[in-house]
Write a protein that binds this ligand. Structure first.
Ligand SMILES: *Cc1c(COP(=O)(O)O)cnc(C)c1O
Length: 462
């Protein structure tokens, strides 16, 4: 036994070898990994495991070091056709805008400084002019995300007071955001009205009492009720709230500017249309259809936004210069009609004919033994916007029966592509690459992956 354990290399010897193999490694981490390796090697020998050469030991520890120092967040190719894909980082941020704002982020700036007065100022004013110009909104406030916006608004205006909401809108969205729970935690009292499928204006009217604070509408982001249904439009709610001297608040979820109306206008109103109703408060996400950075954007009456600013909670929910700079530049692109700068908007508006041409080009470049076929597909805006609404698109499909000859099937192919950073869609025994969500240069990377698979260099990984 002792002679067996004597086979274990000395720590110093291993560290010395590792320091020549690895490029300036972190010594603390290297020592920890070496100790861990030696301990498991010892256990393995005691249980009759095989003796390893010094080189194998070094390689093994070096590999563990490389795994431990690899970055976890990786860029991916989204070929699912879902534009605002929550699992894949929501909306893609603009390369062009990132370059534009880089000097603001890597230097000092006037985030909270008034250059005229030479005095302290407020970070939110950088967005005020834009919201005035785009939506004629009195004022705007930005918090960490839309969930925070909802919480802040309830907590400020409805603590121990009733918020009236339709039973058809008591939503839960991904990441465990549930309206009833948010309301409870914010201190607001939930006053649910109507039924799951039908709520009438008179239900709101009948529920109003001296303890009512707010008429609230939540966008049914990720589901739809079809059939025998009725809901009250926000316009009617706004009018009722005005007549009864209550606050009307619409949690819009996504929200889009009218430049995208040609694609989305039939399904729900644009931000401009909602703003024209002169609502008390509206909130939406910065990284859904808007295509900016993660944020909860609140716009509406100045007197109410001033009250929100006085809530201590805002100090905990406030956004930093990254968010303000990203939103300012994104909104400025909308204001100037420079939609091509915003990938989410660009993808939404992309012409089906162009997508077809791109699919045909991709299918031609992929080795023919994979039998790529150009097919019409349905892509989705995603991000909890318009669950029933799809956009006509084109894709390249691979069918199980054709892949058989290569000793592949659609799920093996999906796994291979995924390991190569390409996220595809599986649908009815086929793997589909939807063109709508591909960014510049990504078709080329897809072709390279297929070529590599064919060469068999990575076949063993499957
Ligand atoms: C997405 C969504 C939210 C949450 O927004 P985040 O920006 O993810 O916090 C809240 N309400 C509705 C209706 C939504 O669709």
């Amino acid at each position: 036994m002792q002679t067996l354990l004597r086979q274990i290399p000395k720590t110093d010897k291993l560290l010395c070898a590792l320091n020549t193999v690895l490029n300036a490694p972190n010594q603390t981490l290297l020592k920890k990994l070496t100790a861990e390796f030696l301990e498991s090697y010892r256990q393995s020998l005691l249980q009759g495991g095989e003796i390893l050469s010094l080189e194998s030991c070094v390689n093994c520890i070096a590999k563990n070091y490389q795994n431990a120092t690899q970055k976890s967040l990786k860029s991916l190719i989204n070929a699912t056709g879902i534009i605002v894909h929550t699992n894949l980082g929501r909306s893609v941020f603009s390369q062009e805008i990132l370059q534009e704002i880089a000097p603001l982020l890597t230097r000092y700036n006037n985030l909270e400084y008034d250059l005229q007065k030479g005095a302290r100022s407020e970070r939110y004013i950088h967005l005020q002019g834009l919201f005035k110009a785009l939506l004629n909104a009195e004022d705007v406030l930005v918090v960490n995300n839309n969930a925070a916006a909802v919480f802040l608004i309830f907590n400020t205006f409805a603590k121990d007071k009733e918020v009236i909401i339709s039973r058809g809108e008591l939503i839960e969205i991904g990441g465990s955001f549930r309206i009833p729970r948010v309301m409870e935690d914010s201190g607001a009292i939930l006053r649910e009205i109507g039924t799951t499928n039908k709520t009438h204006l008179k239900d709101y009217e009948n529920a109003i009492c001296e303890n009512s604070a707010m008429l609230f509408k939540a966008h049914k982001s990720n589901y739809a009720i079809n059939g025998f249904t009725e809901e009250v439009e926000f316009e009617e709610l706004t009018n009722l709230a005005k007549a009864k001297n209550l606050i009307d608040y619409y949690d819009l979820g996504s929200g889009y500017f009218s430049l995208l109306e040609s694609q989305l206008g039939d399904f729900e109103p644009s931000l401009e249309k909602i703003a024209a109703l002169n609502p008390s408060l509206v909130s939406f996400s910065g990284d859904k259809l808007l295509g900016g950075a993660q944020a909860g954007i609140i716009f509406g009456k100045k007197a109410l936004i001033d009250k929100l600013k006085q809530n201590q909670l805002l100090r905990m929910l406030r956004v930093d210069k990254f968010t303000i700079a990203a939103l300012e530049a994104t909104l400025n692109a909308y204001l100037q009609g420079k939609i091509h700068k915003i990938p989410t908007a660009f993808m939404l508006l992309k012409d089906t004919k162009i997508l077809q041409q791109e699919a045909e080009f991709l299918a031609k470049e992929i080795p023919s033994c994979f039998s790529p076929k150009v097919i019409p597909t349905k892509s989705y805006s995603g991000g909890g916007a318009m669950p029933n609404h799809y956009l006509e698109s084109f894709g390249v499909a691979f069918y199980a029966k054709d892949l058989n000859t290569l000793n592949l099937n659609e799920s093996k192919l999906e796994k291979y592509l995924r390991k190569n950073g390409i996220i595809a869609r599986l649908e009815n025994s086929a793997l589909i690459l939807d063109m709508r969500t591909l960014l510049e240069g990504e078709s080329k990377r897809i072709v390279e992956s297929f070529n590599a698979l064919l060469k068999g260099t990575q076949c063993t990984q499957i």
